[in-house]
Write a protein that binds this ligand. Structure first.
Ligand SMILES: Nc1ncnc2c1ncn2[C@@H]1O[C@H](COP(=O)(O)OP(=O)(O)O)[C@@H](O)[C@H]1O
Ligand SMILES: [Mg+2]
Length: 326
């Protein structure tokens, strides 16, 4: 699986790619000490906030293998998993719950939060560069911008598998970091329409409304918590994932309504519960707890803007949304 990776020049962590382990359940992200510190402090001091972040499973050290020019991750804290042989640029990495795990066709939206995107320790040149990006995008006006997304549109008719293997990305539409830079305060809603109700892709509008309702609820809970918390997060993102496969989404919604009624496979002792959607905060390279400093209004502006847009989307899909295939 490939992620919507922000390897742009204003992606300001030391991360050069998030890796996925062979089981698909966890991701391994090269990171700074500050990010490790934020995860660990959250677990120690703000446990109820951890529910809005990917589950943190610990850190791994990457070590220099003298037989090889590259650095390899030593995944000692996650027995039974292996990494693809990709070079890492930093010496530390964190092991996190893969938020896309458990979805058949994960649709993923990364929303970068904040009008100010740099932390206090950023050099002047970086502040100016990120301020310029913010000023020309919805980061400046709404406190967020769409950093990237991928949307399942189904395998194109006539797609052929090569040598029995299918490209795992075939059938997804990828919207890169440039996509979200061209919106203004009005046009940005197009991105949310495309994400939740992709044009030219037949889907059940009631199921998609259910997804948006769930995201609005989770975002509302996150907003409420942030209004009471004292932290500063620069360049953090909301990562929103939902089930892009129509029949898997139907099954997940049925399971939510009538838990335990799914036909489970007799063979498997732990039938996987299908998922509708999940929405969490990620990317804490420039985040810290700041007791005494009040809520993070820079972050909250973006959260409130996204919340409002999702509520508007719900209201408009109620009356004049695209025709469903029901
Ligand atoms: N826990 C996670 N589960 C799934 N995908 C993730 C997770 N963490 C990061 N990603 C993916 O990797 C990308 C980059 O991660 P991020 O933490 O934003 O680092 P950076 O932007 O500093 O490179 C995200 O946009 C997202 O697509
Ligand atoms: Mg990021």
């Amino acid at each position: 699986m490939q992620f919507v990776s922000e390897t742009e020049t204003d992606s300001d962590s030391s991360s050069h790619g998030v890796l996925i382990d062979s089981t698909g359940d966890v991701v391994i992200k090269p990171c700074t000490e500050a990010e490790i510190d934020f995860y660990e402090k959250t677990l120690q001091l703000h446990r109820d906030f951890a529910a809005h972040m990917p589950t943190y499973m610990g850190q791994v050290r990457t070590k220099d293998d003298s037989n090889n020019d590259h650095h390899h991750a030593a995944v000692s804290s996650t027995p039974g998993t292996t990494l693809p042989s990709t070079a890492l640029e930093t010496e530390t990495a964190i092991v996190l719950e893969n938020l896309a795990a458990g979805f058949v066709r994960p649709n993923i939206l990364d929303i970068k939060l904040g009008a100010r995107l740099w932390a206090d320790d950023a050099p002047l040149e970086k502040r100016a560069r990120l301020d310029a990006v913010a000023a020309s995008t919805t980061s400046g006006s709404l406190g967020f911008r769409v950093a990237g997304m991928r949307v399942w549109r189904g395998r194109p008719a006539g797609a052929v598998e090569s040598e029995g293997r299918t490209d795992p990305e075939a059938g997804y539409q990828i919207y890169d970091r440039t996509y979200g830079r061209n919106f203004n305060t009005v046009t940005v809603k197009t991105a949310f329409d495309e994400f939740f109700l992709p044009a030219d892709y037949a889907c059940d509008i009631r199921a998609r409304r259910h997804v948006v309702e769930k995201c609005v609820r989770e975002l509302g809970e996150l907003q409420e918590k942030l209004e009471k918390m004292e932290c500063r997060m620069y360049s953090a993102s909301i990562l929103c994932v939902y089930e892009g496969d129509n029949s898997a989404l139907d099954a997940a919604i049925r399971e939510e309504r009538f838990p335990g009624r799914l036909d489970s496979d007799e063979e498997s002792s732990e039938p996987e519960v299908p998922k509708v959607a999940t929405l969490k905060l990620i990317d804490f390279a420039h985040a810290k707890w700041t007791p005494g400093f009040g809520p993070d209004e820079n972050l909250l502006q973006g959260v409130r803007s996204v919340h409002r847009i999702l509520e508007d989307l719900l209201a408009s899909s109620n009356t004049n949304g695209p025709t469903s295939d029901l």
